[in-house]
Structures are given as structure tokens and as C-alpha cells.
Ligand binder design. Structure first.
Ligand code: ADP
Length: 299
């Protein structure tokens, strides 16, 4: 179990290690999305990155997930320096070692649940029957054993997110990345999704979750607070959220950590919409969390 210091003391033995990572964007001027960030995640840990909109959370997740590369510094996942390998190798890594769960689900609308979940296994070279078997098993695990043949439009928001989680888990990744996974579902459904993530963590997966909401971050073992592209501090969560479905008291007076940063209040006035240009619907193109570029849906 990582101590709070784990996040800012990169360690070559960690499952994830960022060292001196800077990422800037040029868009009518220079935007520094991440500024000299160092952090590490031990295998089996559950970490939330929390901060207001625009603080660099998604950029951090995208770098760890190999969707983008740092300007300076290193990002190592499972011993691989993602900035030093080819795009093909990075794609391979994110298809197998890293699972993504996004706020907008990013399911293929024309594919059934089982086909969506089987999709990453195509890139991992599994034969069709085996990948469909595996997809059914993982759907069973997330409680969707009775929805194999439903398309995303025939599923509720929570069910879609479960399919997305199953898809992320199908290749048995060592790391699960979740970007605002409850952002597009109602409160009760969000609580169920957080329970599922807790179960996945208890089974031994390493989870890195990004959220603006303290009540979500408190499900993790520790919270890495980011602001203006920098790690402000790392907090060990002393009273983790109970998985009892009660995620409604986000601004209640019973601040659970006593850290003096607003108790359970969210870090910004995020409106449930999204911060990175998605429109909340399923994608019908090649989604950002697809393990291979240009996926055409042939599961
Ligand atoms: P968060 O996830 O915390 O909302 P982001 O990582 O999305 O923050 O963004 C951090 C900063 O980088 C913001 O100022 C944002 O506008 C900027 N940014 C993110 N992605 C891009 C991009 N592709 N092009 C230009 N600026 C970007």
C-alpha cells in the first residue's frame, strides 16, 4: 500500500512513474497543462487525481494512458517508458496493459455489448470465439450477464458505463484509468459504478481515477490534488467512502477528512457536462479510448 509520499517520489519499481513531466499546448499562446509533475503509483493502489476544471487532470491521465506524450520528463508504465517507444508499441500497451473508462462511455453504437467488450481483444490477437467467450465472462462479472446482445442505445447510462468498464477489463490490464466515470450518470447509478470500481480494486487491479468531485475521490486510498498543472499535495484518505450507495452528501457538514480544503465539497462548479469537448453521447468514430487507432468495429 502506497503512503502519501508515494505520489511525489517516483520509483522505477512502481507500476506507474512520472518524473518531471511537463506538457504544453500551443493554441493562440502557450498553455502549460502539466508543469514538472512527478508521481508514482504502486501496483494494487487506488488513487484519485482531483482538481478543478483545467488543472491538468485529463492531460495527466492521457499521458499515463499513452494517448499523448510529454514534452519533457518521463512516463513509465509497467517498466516501459512511453515517450521512448514507437506509436505502435504505445498503442499495443494501451490495448493490453491499460484499460480506459471515460465519462462519455465511448462505446461503438452499432455493436452489441459483447462485441464492444470483445473489441480490444481483436488488437490483442485473440481468435473470435475466445474473445466473445472472454467478453461474456467479463460482462457477467460487471452484472450484465443478461445484456450481451443489447446495443448501447438499448442500455441505460449505468449499463453503458458497465459495458465500458468490462471493455477496459477484457484484456486483463494491470492498470485501469477512469476519467470522470460517473459524470454522465445519475447519483445512484454513479454510486453503483463506484462500488464496481471498488470491487475491481479489491480484486487486485491498480486504479487511477480522475475527478473534480471530492465525494468521488474519497473512494480512493489517496487523493493527488492538482492545480494549475502542478501537484499541490497528496492526501491519504482516512475515511474512504463507504460503498453503501450514499453518494449524495457531497457538500455536507461532516467533512470526512478534516483537511481544511472544503470538506466534501467539489473543487469546482462542474455542471455535469464535460470539460474536454465530448458531447455526452456515444461516439461513432474511433473513440479516444480505443486501443487501436481507426477501429472500425469489427469485433
Ligand atoms: P482538466 O482535465 O483538469 O479539466 P485538462 O488536462 O483537460 O484539465 O487541461 C489542462 C489545460 O490544458 C487547460 O488549460 C486546457 O485548456 C489545456 N488543454 C488541454 N488539452 C488541450 C489541447 N488539446 N489543446 C490546447 N489546450 C489544451
Amino acid at each position: 500500500m502506497p503512503g502519501p509520499a508515494g505520489a511525489d517520489s517516483p520509483d522505477a519499481d512502481s507500476l506507474v512513474a512520472l518524473d518531471g513531466v511537463t506538457k504544453t499546448y500551443q493554441l493562440g499562446g502557450t498553455v502549460t497543462a502539466l508543469d514538472d509533475v512527478s508521481a508514482s503509483l504502486d501496483a494494487g493502489s487506488y488513487t484519485a487525481v482531483m482538481g478543478p476544471s483545467g488543472s491538468g487532470k485529463s492531460t495527466l491521465l492521457n499521458l499515463v494512458g499513452g494517448l499523448d506524450t510529454a514534452d519533457t520528463g518521463t512516463v513509465r508504465v509497467d517498466g516501459v517508458d512511453l515517450g521512448r517507444v514507437s506509436e505502435t508499441r504505445r498503442a499495443e500497451k494501451r490495448g493490453t496493459a491499460i484499460g480506459f473508462v471515460f465519462q462519455t462511455f465511448n462505446l461503438m453504437p452499432r455493436l452489441t455489448a459483447v462485441e464492444n467488450v470483445a473489441l480490444p481483444l481483436v488488437f490483442d490477437g485473440w481468435p473470435q470465439e475466445k474473445r466473445l467467450d472472454r467478453a461474456r465472462d467479463v460482462l457477467d462479472d460487471v452484472g450484465l450477464g443478461d445484456r450481451y446482445d443489447h446495443k448501447p442505445a438499448e442500455l441505460s447510462g449505468g449499463q453503458r458505463q458497465r459495458v465500458a468498464i468490462a471493455r477496459a477489463l477484457a484484456p486483463d490490464p494491470s492498470l485501469l484509468l477512469a476519467d470522470e466515470p460517473t459524470g454522465n450518470v445519475d447519483t445512484d447509478t454513479g454510486a453503483a459504478i463506484m462500488r464496481l470500481l471498488a470491487e475491481i480494486h479489491e480484486r487486485g487491479n491498480t486504479i487511477l481515477l480522475v475527478t473534480h468531485a471530492r465525494r468521488i475521490a474519497e473512494h480512493a486510498e489517496r487523493i493527488v490534488h492538482v492545480r494549475d498543472g502542478r501537484i499541490e499535495r497528496v492526501e491519504a484518505v482516512e475515511r474512504r467512502r463507504p460503498y453503501d450507495g450514499d453518494d449524495r452528501d457531497g457538500g455536507g457538514p461532516d467533512a470526512r477528512t478534516g483537511t481544511g480544503d472544503g470538506g466534501t465539497e467539489d473543487t469546482d462548479t462542474h455542471d455535469g457536462g464535460d470539460t474536454d469537448g465530448h458531447d455526452g453521447g456515444d461516439t461513432d468514430g474511433a473513440p479516444a479510448n480505443d486501443p487501436g487507432a481507426g477501429a472500425d468495429g469489427s469485433a
